[in-house]
Design a protein around this ligand. Structure first.
Ligand SMILES: Nc1ncnc2c1ncn2[C@@H]1O[C@H](COP(=O)(O)OP(=O)(O)O)[C@@H](O)[C@H]1O
Ligand SMILES: [Mg+2]
Length: 252
């Protein structure tokens, strides 16, 4: 099941560059939340703070509180455990290129010591069905490599890989922006179904996409969260003039 995310006074830096400024928001469980804003405003940094990937950069630092469910992820948990519970999908599909489709999906479980063939088979099938890739690859699971798939299929493979370790949250950083329209709409359909079981946070610079998939939307600008409310309100009657200027295409 998905869990809620509570962020309080989150600040992030790269060296002396202050990239995120006093971000406070509550992301409800089992819903999709979209993050929009012009390039460089801190969207990727923000999602990377939600699964402690930000700190993998030696120059990076973060302060504040991030609670995922009832766990304070910077205080009560190890980064490895956090990254299992909070999966991430990137803009560029990054399957392990030489591994088979099967091994790509099973990789997280194998890393965690799972060896039971029957369990692995079940998880691979379930995850590929959840990511709507099963029908296209079920006959080639061990024959084809991750790299042999199309871009859209590779992205769904990466989603299956993230789901296989049974996360509670799925972070997606512009998951469709390198894909063609048909693949993009498959990813959007997927998000729609996945939010019944997971909490989804999706960065997108496609405002129509945010409107289609997300219950709530946050607008970032220069490291600040200008507005965070229901998607419908953001796009019809935003409170902040800067949000209005952005969504009506006056900048960005
Ligand atoms: N690895 C990094 N090292 C130094 N600065 C970075 C790094 N990644 C991002 N930044 C800076 O942090 C700011 C926010 O970037 P980012 O979170 O990637 O924004 P967005 O995803 O909204 O485009 C930008 O000014 C960017 O130049
Ligand atoms: Mg980004």
């Amino acid at each position: 099941m998905g869990v809620g995310i509570e962020v309080v006074d989150l600040n992030a830096w790269y060296g002396v560059t202050h990239t995120l400024k006093d971000i406070t928001l509550n992301i409800p469980p089992n819903s999709a939340t979209a993050l929009i804003g012009p390039s460089g405003c801190g969207k990727s940094t923000f999602v990377r703070c939600l699964n402690r990937m930000h700190e993998t950069n030696p120059a990076a630092r973060a302060t504040g509180t991030v609670k995922v469910g009832d766990r304070d992820i910077y205080r009560d948990a190890s980064p490895v455990e956090i990254r299992r519970r909070i999966g991430m999908v990137f803009q560029r599909p990054n399957p392990f290129p030489t591994m088979s489709i099967y091994d790509n999906v099973a990789s997280g479980l194998k890393l965690n010591g799972f060896r039971n063939r029957k369990v692995l088979d079940e998880v691979v099938e379930r995850s590929l069905k959840q990511s709507a890739l099963w029908e296209e690859v079920k006959d080639d699971l061990k024959k084809k490599s991750g790299a042999s798939l199309s871009g859209g299929q590779q992205q769904r493979l990466c989603i299956a890989r993230a789901l296989a370790v049974d996360p509670e949250v799925l972070l997606m950083d512009e998951p469709a922006s390198a894909l063609d329209p048909v693949s993009t709409s498959k990813i959007e359909d997927l998000i729609f179904n996945l939010k019944n079981e997971y909490t989804i946070v999706i960065v997108t610079h496609n405002m129509q996409q945010a409107a289609r998939v997300a219950e709530n939307t946050g607008f970032f600008l220069m490291g600040q969260l200008v507005e965070f409310t229901s998607t419908n309100v953001i796009f019809t009657k935003p409170k902040d003039k800067r949000t209005e200027d952005y969504i009506t295409g006056r900048f960005g």
